[in-house]
Write a protein that binds this ligand. Structure first.
Ligand SMILES: [Zn+2]
Length: 216
């Protein structure tokens, strides 16, 4: 029986990172006991992180333990996992406009050129408006966040992926106070959201970010 896709893009990037650690260990460590210890650690980590998988799905994922120092085994494993990824659902133009109701000039991404299996959320920069547009789905509902993106890029930790990255301050205008001043909330996030997606190992921090940004 064919297994339907069951991995989220961030699950794939998590497995990719673990697989790379394992391959690297095989290449650089001679002591068998050390290799076995790393293997066991990764085994436990994968099991805990992907605890909601079915037995059949878990068996496929656990093919990670077959990884050795050969590049082709690593590549084959990653390819097999990539095929199991549920892609980001392509939104309609109307859906995007609804997600950003206050934006008049909206650039619609060129979906045909993208592999949507790469994205846990989808975001793009509009340098003209110094803005970042973020699309994501919660309970199958498309949501949008638009904010100002600083052009000043620096090294730092991203709020969304928690990776070390080239980050920029992203600010969202909140509600106006009684005296007409807007409350703004800023977070440092990856300037490049494609890279951010690849660094994501969980969706948890993304949702924390959403909660902070959307808080009134
Ligand atoms: Zn990031």
């Amino acid at each position: 029986m064919a297994v339907e896709p069951f991995l989220k893009p961030y699950n794939y990037y998590f497995l990719k990172k673990q697989a790379a650690i394992l391959a690297q260990t095989h290449r650089t460590v001679n002591a068998k006991s050390t290799i076995q210890a790393v293997q066991a650690q990764i085994f436990d980590k994968v099991k805990a992180t992907l605890s909601e998988l079915s037995e059949e799905e878990m068996t496929l994922v656990m093919g990670i333990t077959e990884i050795n120092d050969e590049q082709r085994i690593l590549d084959r494993y990653l390819q097999r996992m990539k095929e199991r990824v549920i892609p980001f659902k392509r939104p309609s133009d109307t859906g995007i406009k609804k997600a950003f109701p206050k934006t008049k000039k909206l650039t619609i991404p060129d979906w045909e050129r993208l592999d949507l299996a790469d994205y846990s959320f989808f975001a793009w920069n509009d340098p003209g408006q110094q803005s970042k547009f973020i699309l994501y789905t919660v309970n199958n509902k498309l949501q949008g966040i638009q904010g100002q993106l600083s052009t000043e890029i620096k090294k730092g930790i991203c709020t969304i992926c928690h990776g070390e990255s080239s980050v920029a301050l992203f600010t969202v205008k909140g509600k106006a106070n009684k005296d007409g001043h807007y409350k703004t909330k800023g977070n440092y996030i990856c300037y490049n959201s494609d890279e951010c997606n690849q660094k994501m190992q969980t969706f948890e921090h993304f949702m924390d970010f959403v909660t902070i940004v959307k808080e009134k």
